[in-house]
Design a protein. Structure first.
Length: 243
């Protein structure tokens, strides 16, 4: 039997780890320029920040004998809530109407069946409090203005300007990628050279806060808002030439 001479060509080595993916490429003949001897790694950077603002939803809801009556009453309480927000220093641009609705309410009994008992009108606001420490006081003002006709929900701590945290997260991602690339290069008996490419794989990801901090007045009876911390995460892929 005629045997063909086998030629072994090493084209790529891929190593997958918990922290990311590393790819090493070396020419088949062991030679080549820095541009075709490279290592590619994924770096992740995460920065934790305490939110500096609070968003919340306030809904005014009233019942009337007619659609028009219910809507008129709801509008009066909504105006009172809006005035309380402005008096508390909330700018018009930070008060947004989320919904306005009016609909009949029914009651069913075996004797009479289904009958309309009245009409419910609602108006909902999304509010941004740009100073987190004032959120509790402002929520109290809304409750006072709307009385039993107001409902609160959807309190969300948020970061108004995450650009600084994003820059820090990018720096951490680059440091993470470079550390891994240098480590693998050292293990392979070489070192990293110039950067051939860098790709941010996605826009920065902002996690939901979890409770670790509070905002509110010193009075124990005042409303307190748990701000928590928000993680800003950036993921990048970087390719370095190998020396």
């Amino acid at each position: 039997m005629k045997l063909n001479k086998l030629r072994t060509v090493l084209t790529a080595v891929t190593v997958a780890g918990v922290a990311g993916v590393v790819a090493l490429a070396i020419p088949a003949n062991g030679a080549g320029t820095a541009d075709n001897r490279y290592i590619t790694v994924t770096g992740v950077g995460t920065i934790s920040v305490v939110p500096d603002a609070v968003r919340f939803n306030a809904t005014v809801s009233t019942v009337g004998s007619t659609n028009a009556a219910a809507l008129s009453t709801a509008s009066k309480f909504a105006a009172a809530v809006r005035a309380a927000l402005k008096d508390a220093g909330i700018a018009t641009k930070d008060i947004r109407s989320a919904s306005i609705s009016v609909y009949p309410e029914y009651n069913w009994t075996q004797e009479t069946g289904t009958k309309i008992t009245g009409y419910r009108a609602s108006q909902s606001f999304d509010v941004l409090v740009r100073t987190a420490s004032k959120a509790g006081t402002i929520i109290e003002a809304v409750v006072t203005a709307g009385g039993d006709n107001v409902q609160l929900g959807g309190v969300i701590p948020t970061t108004l300007n995450p650009s600084a945290a994003t820059e820090d997260a990018r720096a951490a991602a680059v440091a993470n990628a470079k550390s891994k690339a240098s480590s693998y290069a050292k293990l392979l008996g070489t070192s990293i050279g110039k950067v051939l490419s860098l790709e941010e794989q996605s826009s920065p990801v902002y996690s939901s806060p979890f409770p670790t901090a509070k905002a509110g007045a010193a009075d124990a009876a005042a409303i307190e808002i748990d701000l928590g911390e928000q993680d800003v995460t950036v993921t990048i892929t970087v390719r370095w030439a190998l020396n």
